[in-house]
Design a protein around this ligand. Structure first.
Ligand code: FAD
Length: 340
């Protein structure tokens, strides 16, 4: 919403986060967001509020107080059991207009990435995606939103002085989880879905779990990732074989995902997941900057490629020049031999 004058600006108050739930708990990113929000709120002398939209009881969400929330806005409704961007966007738009938060933070995960841009456009607020740093300009209270720009070559700090609320998405595992204070409590504000919120253009008929449901790239210590060189799903089945022998998960470049050889939850990079594993084995991935952004902090990078001049081969701690269809079966054979 466009700021008209100083009175208008001062009518926006508090830092909000949107909490993320898992099937039976709170997603840790919710605590990371609260930690970041608390630091901003201390500088602004205001409160931290978090919105929880789901089919969820009050007991389950009380830990949000221990991690820094002063107030929780809860909408507990069966219609929020599975993610519906349209409905959640309508709800948040109404709540933001009603309570006028100065800043709203989302996790840069599926839900936040779907909701934040829609909301930003509805509220004319602007949005900085994938922030890695947040602070306050003490002069005027503007949120300074820092994120990599130009393919990660520079860090840009963005502000939206003329609009409120200020909105940003934050990558998981970038902000530290604050220390929990189990004695802390706060107020739960109950809100409800109105008939206007529930007006829908589309209806979810059924949800299908992809193979990504069992995938947790974030917790993996080893990732075996494949690129365009894998040529098809059979190539990825081979990577799965290797990964299963070394306790790893399978990742992919966008080229492989776009070709439909493996599903999107496996994608690593700027528009996929960011990983920080002990070992990252890149198989036939050239290492364009959009891929490197998602894995360059891995501890040991091993690259296999026919071409030893690619950015990935240059970045790798161990660069193996050769054909993936010869090297990977040989590795699988060797692991089997050693196990027997
Ligand atoms: C806005 C934007 C966002 C993007 N986001 C992402 C992202 O999140 N993640 C991502 O990965 N990409 C992303 N991309 C795409 C990115 O720019 C590259 O196009 C993509 O990463 C290339 O994938 P690749 O390395 O698998 O393919 P290629 O660049 O084609 O590389 C294939 C490699 O395989 C090697 N090779 C071929 N055959 C063999 C063989 N038999 N044995 C061994 N080596 C072989 C080749 O020498 C080559 O190095 C994005 C692009 C844009 C514009």
């Amino acid at each position: 919403m466009k700021i008209i004058n100083e009175t208008d600006r001062n009518s926006y108050k508090n830092v909000w986060t949107l909490s993320e739930l898992t099937a039976d708990s709170i997603h840790p990113v919710s605590y990371e967001l609260l930690g970041a929000a608390k630091k901003l709120a201390l500088q602004r002398g205001c409160e931290v509020w978090t919105a929880v939209l789901g089919n969820v009881g009050e007991e389950r969400i009380k830990t949000l107080f221990s991690y820094g929330a002063d107030k929780i806005i809860l909408i507990n409704d069966k219609r929020l059991s599975s993610f519906n961007d349209e409905l959640e966007c309508n709800l948040l738009e109404r709540l933001i207009k009603k309570y006028r938060p100065e800043t709203v933070l989302f996790a840069a995960m599926t839900r936040g990435r779907a909701l934040a841009p829609r909301l930003a456009s509805k509220l004319y607020s602007g949005l900085t995606a994938d922030c890695t740093g947040l602070s306050i300009d003490p002069e005027n209270g503007d949120l300074l939103q820092t994120r990599p720009a130009f393919g990660g070559n520079i860090m840009a700090t963005i502000r939206s002085s003329d609009h409120r609320p200020q909105m940003a998405t934050v990558r998981p595992r970038v902000m530290p989880v604050p220390e929990s204070d189990p004695g802390r409590s706060g107020e739960i504000i109950r809100e409800y879905i109105t008939s206007d919120d529930a007006l829908r253009i589309k209806e979810i008929i059924r949800s299908i779990q992809t193979d990504g449901s069992s995938l947790n790239l974030n917790d993996a210590r080893i990732i075996v990732a494949g690129g365009r060189a894998m040529k098809g799903p059979e190539g990825f089945a081979m990577l799965e074989e290797l990964a299963s022998r070394i306790g790893g998960a399978v990742g992919a470049s966008r080229a492989a995902v776009d070709n439909g050889w493996i599903s999107y939850p496996h994608q690593i990079g700027q528009t996929g997941t960011t990983v920080q594993t002990d070992i990252y084995i890149a198989c036939g991935i050239s290492g364009q900057i959009q891929h490197l952004i998602g894995m360059q902090s891995c501890k040991t990078i091993i690259a296999i490629d026919k071409d030893d001049t690619t950015p990935m081969m240059k970045l790798a701690d161990i660069a193996v020049k050769g054909d993936v269809f010869e090297i990977i079966p040989a590795l699988i054979k060797e692991f089997d031999k050693r196990r027997n």
